[in-house]
Design a binder for this molecule. Sequence first.
Ligand code: BDP
Length: 497
Amino acid sequence: MTATCAKGTRAQSTPLSLRVRSDQQGRTVPQSFIGLSYELAQLSEPEFFSAQHKDLVALCRRLSPSGVLRIGGNTSEFCWFQATSETPAPKLHVPPGDLAQNWMPHRLFAIQPAAIDALAGFLKATGWTAIYGLNFGNSTPERAAVEAAYVRQKLGPRLAFFQIGNEPDLYQKASNGTRPPGWGFDDYVREWLAFAEAVSARVPDARFGGPDTAAASDWVVRFGNEVAPKLGKRLVALSGHYYAEGPPNDPKVTTERLLAGDPKVAQSAREIVRTADAHNLVYRMSEGNSCYRGGKPGMSNASAASLWAADYLLTLASLGCAGINLHGGDSRFLSAGLGDHNPGLEAAGNKKQSAPNGFYTPVSTEQGQPAEARPVYYGMMLAQEFAGATMQSLEPGQSEMLGTYAAEKNGKTIIALVNKASIGDRDVLITADKPFHHATLWRLTAPALDATTGVEFGRAAVSSAGTWIPRSETLPIRNGAVHVAVPAASAALIFLS
Ligand code: BDP
């Protein structure tokens, strides 16, 4: 990226006209739309998710008053609940072959009851709920049931649901090896049901979501169709992961490609939402980010990722997805989740990085340093403004490299314009079929697409204490229309009332 990204070029002469159609309503975005995803192994340090982790609490609260914390990831297959000091560790299944080619942890993480007690305090302090991932890779239904009973008892209504296992569609791959080659969907459902029934026997009101696949949307659809009739009201969500790009050391992974968007997102979301609707479930994108295997420095930890997040989240919201959880956390646990490989560092070449992994994390929480809102967090903040809003259509719809979204909340119209182009400012003229008299604007800005610092929303940064004092611009209204210039590599959030 070059400096032209920040400044862009002169605005185009003919503005793009967009009209908000309040008669064409979409779905209401749930208040719990925004979420974060973490490795379950973070719980091996009980103080991490605790009410005492003040800056992380503050940054979660700033992001959403009612967000969802999903705890799972690759390490969830290697965590075990040490219910008492006598509880033995589970047997670790080691796949045959060269472990250097395997990307799973292969070491165990003990979770003490104190970590669950602290998690309950963290959720109370943030106002969030949790999706709790039970180990399915190296565990038994009995162990899962004991852990689930304790989690349910301590988290109470703050437990959204349990998930069992992480990315089972990858289990039989050599890079994963959780199950032998040939193991497939039918084996998965049979084993999954055994875990769910064991948990239900101990926790009769337990709720579940699944299948938390890496990529296979056909598994999500089949899971909905096969498991919903068996579980009835106990199944509440269909879940799947989405990483837009990866791995970071693949030269084909670029900011340009990330921001160009991915048509598969809409295709698979439509299919999953249709299945979820048919069974009275919701669809949650329970883990994902800009680039798998820890993210790519200069992209996942940069302004590009904030624009990607704003656009991706609002795309999913308009397709009826009930929520998203962007993955992140402490680099030690993200490295562990990848078998201690750090491909992002390789991609960085000789450019020094402040952490070896977790370039995509929305909140940085490196040891001994205050928690910090990273660029992707600001894109999530922009999307959060749509929580509780009812999506509306904007005509004529999407335009190349410009994400356009509208919704109505508390009588106000909200419009997001995400200019993902590295050069070329966009001039937009907005009208609405509902008259408005007041128009204000918050911008999502950064010095350049690859800037890893200096991202602001509403001309303000979020401090580690969660403080954020945005400054809005008032836009003039002429002949019932408002004119907005959206510089290259920036976004605008407009409120009409
Ligand atoms: C997913 C895993 C998670 C990893 C992430 C990644 O669930 O544990 O950290 O991808 O590749 O496959 O970054």
